[in-house]
Write a protein that binds this ligand. Structure first.
Ligand code: PEP
Length: 251
């Protein structure tokens, strides 16, 4: 069975203006300048600049969105459909990020609908799962993560249209990361669940780690078994930092 192609994905969250295009260009320059990285690279900017970024991004860079609605169109003020995201030229969409689960009370069944909408529009869904600090302290990490995982994957899921991101909520934007053993344990459990559900194809899903990934820790984190890339928040905003994380996949 083919191994998953690693992905280093940047989630810009609610950051970025039209002028941030210069950061995208700087990243393209860095990607073109060094030795080739053996990973895919994705930037997920906020909606207002998504289409522009998709227009100007070269072959080395893919563009994605950070959320989508479940419906194709209609009376949903302020929402954006997966079809609109695809029409803007994006290829991926993050669904179920912990900030959306927390700030917008998104449940796993809604996340599964959103991932299904992404597939309907031909997008790859990046489905996020992760425990809170209270859940980890209570020893419930694997139970919480696996429940979110199985509840968040729609019937249309395949290894080609879905990427999993394990992001412990307490590690996001805090500078704290789990131990390598703890990350390996959760990624192994996710892999195992995918193999149970998808048979041999379960080995083909990329499973990203996210939560305070920086240039200084990326190489070590990316060598943990079943870690097939990173979902990066803060350190994806500056091309030089993000490129330092991509270095983990350069010879
Ligand atoms: C994220 O929000 O997806 C994330 C991983 O953020 P940070 O890298 O800043 O911890």
């Amino acid at each position: 069975m083919a191994q998953p192609t690693p992905l280093v994905a940047g989630n810009w969250k609610m950051n970025g203006l039209r002028q941030s295009e210069s950061e995208l260009q700087a990243l393209e320059g860095l990607l073109g300048a060094g030795s080739d990285a053996v990973c895919n690279v994705l930037i997920c900017p906020p909606f207002p600049i998504l289409s522009r970024f998709a227009d100007v991004a070269g072959d080395a860079l893919m563009i994605g969105a950070q959320d989508c609605h479940t419906q194709v169109s209609g009376a949903h003020t302020g929402d954006v459909s997966a079809e609109m995201i695809a029409d803007a030229g994006a290829t991926h969409v993050i669904v179920g990020h912990s900030e959306r689960r927390a700030d917008h009370a998104e449940t796993s069944s809604l996340v599964a609908e959103k991932a299904g909408a992404a597939h309907r529009a031909g997008l790859t869904a990046i489905v996020c799962v992760g425990e809170t600090e209270t859940e980890r302290d209570a020893g419930d990490t694997l139970e919480v993560v696996l429940k979110q995982l199985t509840g968040s994957l729609p019937e249309t899921t395949t290894a080609d249209n879905c990427i999993i991101a394990y992001e412990p909520v307490w590690a996001i934007g805090t500078g704290r990361t789990p131990t390598n053993n703890d990350i390996g344990e959760v990624h192994a459990a996710i892999r195992n669940a995918l193999e149970t559900q998808f048979g041999d194809n379960g080995t083909r899903f990329a499973i990203l780690y996210g939560g305070s990934v920086k240039p200084a820790n990326a190489k070590e984190l990316m060598t943990i078994d079943n870690v097939n890339g990173a979902l990066v928040g803060g350190a994806s905003l500056k091309a030089s930092d993000f490129n330092g994380i991509i270095d983990a996949y350069r010879p």
